[in-house]
Design a protein around this ligand. Sequence first.
Ligand code: PMV
Length: 348
Amino acid sequence: MAIYKQLEGSVAWQCPSNIALVKYWGKHGVQLPNNPSISFTLDAAHTKTKIDFSKTNKTPKISFLFEGKKEEKFEKKIKTYLESIHAYFPFLNDFDLNIESSNSFPHSAGIASSASSMGALGLCLCSIEDMLTTPKTKAHFYNKASLVARLGSGSACRSIFGHTTSWGTHENLIDSSDEYATPFLGIHPIFNTFQDSILIVSSIEKKVSSRAGHALMEDNIFANIRYQQAHSNISKLHKALIEGDIISFGNIVEEEALTLHALMMTSNPSFVLLEPNTIAMIKNIRDFRAETNLPVYFTLDAGPNIHLLYPNNISAEIETFIQEKLLYLCIGNKIIKDKVGSGPIQLI
Ligand code: PMV
């Protein structure tokens, strides 16, 4: 019989979303990446999760409320996930969990919530474990939270750390691992000021789940060359991030975004996730850059929405550009103003 330091309690964490600069696309084993990736951790787009736990002598029960309401689909997913990680958290055999979660961004905004939600859940589970047993060191705590977040949704492991984060082994990235993410060291301070204006082209749910998308890489004829490109782009981006070279940064980030979509277009079955307004925005961004020489770049995740990346010192010019040349291409004039953030916050 396990002995616990307490029989009940509560924990809560706020965890941000992240946007990949070098993309993770293709996996093997249990959520292990086929190539390393680097991301900016965001700030405004986040999930808050609270867990009340209490000891039981019966089969443990799990309840889940999303934005105050019972959500059967999410609850089922969370139960399956928790069952799959019992080996990491033996206390799950002995405690009832009441989980409540909410997002800072609307569910239908076209923003993936799996990174922030699995990140918040992983952090809560590690906090409960610390309260019930011997606390881990800070480094062990965050590595474990990142590892279990990864088991829920690969890219979620990068949300556990602030600013810029990498996941996947690469010779230039100190302590890098396929199992969990690590903070990017030595970054030029300009990148900590980066803004991410998320331009919502469509808020319709993704046509292809990321699980199905990753699986398509198994038969994609460009897969091996893509993994080589990702390794080489990490080397180049590593240098650009340290030197503060925003132009190289932008070139790599745009190449990565378009490569991700090219891979989807060349998979079988093939997916075109870009919308006409996405292409119109890309054209307007590149034209504006050519006219003004201002360092503003785009990236995309596995959907049609544009993430506009730029340093804070040109925010005024970019705000005018968005109003004049991009806003009319957004659905319902919808934009989410986000920026590079400092990482998760423990609330309880
Ligand atoms: O974490 P997943 O399985 O949802 O995959 C994320 C894939 C991309 O967002 C397209 C790229 C990335 O590295 O985040």
